[in-house]
Write a protein that binds this ligand. Structure first.
Ligand SMILES: C[S@@+](CC[C@H](N)C(=O)[O-])C[C@H]1O[C@@H](n2cnc3c(N)ncnc32)[C@H](O)[C@@H]1O
Length: 384
């Protein structure tokens, strides 16, 4: 098979490029396009030989696209216009402009790409932008399939439910039976997990419900019975790996203490966080605010497993601030490191950050990226 020429749009830190490598499809990225300086620096650090265009997509002319002579588009357009907790500006949000521009360019290309893969947040499927995408693909006679997939489908203990669309130009068709429905998980024949095991309910990256005391000091977690049940069933799901497989060793040189939750955060938010331990088989979606905003941005790790979490939380209410802190500190709650989040997101060991990129920036770009294993499997599925 001749090498496929791939155009990576909204390339960020190169999640799509890593997925392409992971899929083992003979291919080369002929151009990556992104406007973000930090993301571009990280991309260049990891893929020094890939042509990276640090410009806006709408700043590229039809001629620029034609000259790239690509067979595949891999893209994850900005998701803020479609997030369920956001304003849902959809096509009226200026951040959707570049995507609409791509849809306008597509039918006018000298050579339309054979394959297109798009990733976006849950919420995109009900947007006008999605309808415009479907109309363009139908007008251009593409075969396509929409899917909603979380890495838990692949036995990875992390929820990151995302919308995907894979498209194939005629006369090629998919190796699986396509449907007009949005598939939940991979097509049956393609995933032994899906056929052999029950679907694991995904947390949908939701934030944890909470409430504040009248004096404003402590926020209580109001976990529903269903949430507790879901967590329990996820932790019992033997086909999903344990978090310990994704953690960094507490080796010399990694200053794990710097990831411990500071006392102020512990006192104020400990009851609101999604706390997991190395034996768990789940974690919630890590977003770009992780390590900065506390609520709903990702799980925190109980690194001292000798202490029973329930025993600490049970009596917390009646304790003084000082005692509370003492009790909570016994759990050694810490943030996941960027490397651990990258591991959960399927980034290979050779992925790294340039030394000048701060931890906050690392969390931010990882939160904007994607699960490499999920996309690798989708690329294989699309091209086979
Ligand atoms: C959801 S992130 C994609 C992340 C990427 N897939 C990764 O693995 O890191 C969207 C990216 O689109 C870029 N972007 C947003 N609007 C753009 C535009 N008009 N032209 C080029 N890049 C844009 C942002 O800088 C951001 O890096």
């Amino acid at each position: 098979m001749e090498k496929l020429r791939v155009l990576e749009l909204y390339s960020g830190i190169g999640g799509m490029h890593f997925a392409l490598q992971e899929s083992s499809i003979p291919a080369e990225v002929v151009a990556a396009v992104d406007v973000n300086t930090t993301a571009n620096e990280i991309y260049k650090h990891n893929f020094p030989n890939t042509p990276l265009l640090p410009k806006t997509i709408e700043g590229m002319t039809l001629n620029d696209f034609n000259k790239l002579d690509f067979d595949v588009i891999l893209m994850s357009p900005p998701c803020q216009p479609f997030t369920r907790i956001g304003l849902q500006g959809d096509v009226n949000d200026p951040r959707t402009k570049s995507f609409l521009y791509i849809l306008d360019i597509l039918p006018r290309l000298i050579k339309m790409p054979r394959f297109i893969l798009l990733e976006n947040v849950k919420g995109f499927e009900t947007s006008s932008a999605r309808n415009a995408l479907i109309k363009t693909l139908q007008d251009c006679q593409y075969n396509f399939q929409e899917l909603m997939i979380s890495p838990t489908c692949l036995g990875i203990p992390n929820s990151r439910l995302r919308y995907f669309l894979i498209a194939k130009a005629p006369p090629d068709s998919f190796s699986f039976q396509k449907t007009t429905e949005i598939l939940e998980g991979f097509p049956k024949s393609e995933s032994s997990y899906d056929t052999d095991s029950p679907t694991i309910p995904d947390s949908h990256c939701s934030t944890v419900n909470g409430g504040m005391r009248e004096d404003g000091t402590i926020i209580y977690k109001m976990e529903t019975v269903q949430e507790l049940e879901r967590k329990k069933s996820q932790d019992n799901e033997k086909t999903v790996k344990r978090l310990q497989d994704f953690l960094e060793e507490d080796k010399q040189g990694t200053d794990m203490d710097s990831y411990l939750l500071p006392p102020k955060i512990l006192l104020r938010y400990a009851l609101l966080m999604d706390i997991v331990n190395p034996n768990c088989r789940r974690s919630v979606c890590f977003t770009k605010g992780y390590g900065h905003y506390v609520e709903g941005t990702g799980s925190v790790l109980q690194s001292c497993t000798d202490v029973e979490m329930e025993s600490i939380f049970k009596s917390l209410d009646v304790l003084s601030e000082e005692e509370k802190l003492k009790q909570l500190s016994r759990l050694k709650l810490r943030y996941f490191t960027p490397r651990e989040i990258a591991n959960l997101m399927g980034f290979p060991p050779q992925f790294s950050f340039p030394s000048n990129i701060s931890i906050k920036q690392q969390y931010r770009v990882l939160g904007n990226s994607l699960n490499v294993c999920v996309v690798a499997k989708l690329i294989s599925l699309m091209v086979s």
